[in-house]
Design a binder for this molecule. Structure first.
Ligand code: AHR
Length: 504
């Protein structure tokens, strides 16, 4: 059996756990909004039409921020269409996802929903078909208390209090040729700078996100970030990163190792941002908002199977992935990677929340259930608290076709000094072999096991469904010992594992 060793010491701190790492994303795409979070008439819906069963699951998932309203959708969106009396709102075509958008749900509904869900909003604005003027009008409508045309209009629309939205994305994936209003880095950098400057004239403390690359595989990756940041460096706080992964051609080893790509992505964006900071003689540091990440079977979408509808329809079933055990292990590993970079990735959004590429699935008029990927997210959001520790991992490597040699384990530890709790998250990336893990916690003094969970299965294709919603759940770890400050455990092949320890 392969053997690996981990050492954890409270003296070696990466950064505090930013709660914003546990963000999610609600886009007007497929059934994320309509019959997802919003379904008037559903047996669990409240007077606003918000599904209560979904709200319960959102809270259980532990989501902290929610990005809205897109995504590709935002680049053709007029926010004014989604406010005011519902019966007067226009129905429009959304070319991004080939759907009919009724605008029954818009900004004020979303903001009410965030209050009930207990999450922070992260608003994206349209820099595809629109620009600076729209940005400042939206800001006045959303955030100014009262006494101006647009703030009074919001009050007339039933939102008495200003929304006070702090985080704003300056457009979405403007590097992508598929994006409405796609631009060069130079064009986008100038527009984003002008828009950010104008927004800061209204409120200098807003937190602004410039568009980075839509994936590390984009031909403009690196150069895009450098050019955009040369323009925006002093006026934004974050540069975004987006990444989706999928199992291709049955290559389990590469899929299980895909967080190595996310890891390299983060290193390279940080290096590029710091290089621009050096060029500009700036003391400021730009962090990463990893505001779209997940497993997504994009190949099927692109080939038209389960993809975009031929005809324009309302809220079609787009990208309703049925996530497997393998997908859940990968999601756990991506979250481990984000946490490991807590010093520079200080915000992230899993894409998306409900039905479309999502942790939660619903049926119209029917139940809501947790997908397999719900579980590693919920457990990590619940237990990764305090600070991220810089653990030492001594593990054999695994050779993969797509990512070369990677350590067989992906791991991170957090330490909550107040509660005296260490949480260790470990993925065994090996598709077929267990790994024997030995973890030294001696630096903490006494350590006792509080809980140990594993998500693994002989059938890696097993998934949760409407009729079998708990087929894939984490289970108590069978074989864990803590003796004399050392935790030993056997990690099943292709498994996500969590160990909680009470330390002195
Ligand atoms: O999350 C789905 C889509 O993926 C988003 O709309 C877009 O930004 C990305 O390409």
């Amino acid at each position: 059996m392969q053997r690996a060793r981990v050492s954890i010491d409270p003296a070696f701190v990466v950064a505090p756990v930013s709660r914003r790492i546990f963000g999610s994303f609600v886009e007007h795409m497929g059934r994320c909004v309509y019959t997802g979070i919003y379904e008037p008439g559903h047996p669990t819906a409240d007077e606003d039409g918000f599904r209560g069963d979904v709200l319960d699951l959102v809270r259980e998932l532990g989501v902290t921020t929610v990005r809205y309203p897109g995504g590709n959708f935002v680049s053709g969106y007029k926010w004014e269409d989604g406010v005011g009396p519902v019966e007067q709102r226009p129905t429009r075509l959304d070319p991004a996802w080939r759907t009919i958008e009724t605008n029954a749900f818009g900004l004020n509904e979303f903001m009410r929903w965030t209050k009930v869900a207990g999450v922070e909003p992260m608003m994206a604005m349209n820099l595809g078909t629109r620009g600076l003027q729209e940005a400042i009008e939206l800001l006045e409508y959303a955030n100014y208390p009262a006494g101006t045309a647009l703030s009074d209009l919001r009050i007339e629309h039933g939102a008495e209090q200003p929304h006070d939205i702090r985080m704003w994305c300056l457009g979405n994936e403007m590097d992508g040729p598929w994006q409405l209003g796609h631009m060069t880095a130079e064009e986008y950098g100038r527009l984003a700078t002008r828009t950010a400057l104008a927004m800061r004239q209204f409120d200098k403390d807003l937190e602004l996100v410039a568009c980075g690359s839509s994936s590390r595989a984009m031909p403009t990756f690196g150069a895009w970030e450098a050019t955009v940041l040369e323009h925006t460096y002093e006026v934004v706080d974050y540069v975004s990163a987006h990444a989706y992964y999928q199992l291709l051609d049955g290559d389990h080893a590469s899929f299980l190792a895909c967080s190595a790509d996310m890891d390299r992505f983060i290193h390279q964006v940080v290096a590029t941002a710091d290089h621009i900071g050096a060029k500009l003689s700036s003391d400021k540091r730009i962090n990463i908002s990893f505001d779209e990440w997940n497993v997504w079977y994009l190949r099927e979408l692109q080939s038209g199977q389960g993809g975009l509808p031929e005809d324009w329809t309302e809220a079609p079933r787009t990208s309703e992935e049925a996530y497997t055990v393998l997908d859940a292990v990968v999601v756990g590993s991506l979250l481990i990677t984000l946490l490991r970079h807590a010093d520079r990735v200080t915000a992230a959004s899993q894409a998306q929340l409900v039905n479309t590429i999502s942790s939660i699935r619903t049926e119209p008029g029917g139940p809501a259930w947790r997908q397999s990927i719900f579980h590693p997210f919920a457990q990590t959001a619940r237990h990764a608290k305090g600070t991220v520790l810089d653990l030492r991992l001594d593990a054999p490597t695994l050779t993969t076709a797509t990512y070369g040699e990677v350590p067989v384990l992906d791991s991170v530890a957090t330490y909550d000094a107040e509660e005296g709790r260490v949480a260790l998250f470990v993925v065994n990336r090996h598709p077929s072999e267990p790994v024997s893990l030995s973890t030294s916690l001696r630096a903490f003094g006494d350590a006792a096991l509080a809980e140990a969970l594993v998500l693994a299965d002989d059938d890696l294709t097993a998934a949760n469904t409407e009729s079998d919603p708990d087929r894939v759940v984490p289970r108590a770890h069978g074989d864990v010992k803590v003796d004399d400050g050392v935790l030993t455990a056997e990690l099943a092949p292709a498994s996500w594992n969590m160990f909680l320890l009470q330390v002195s």
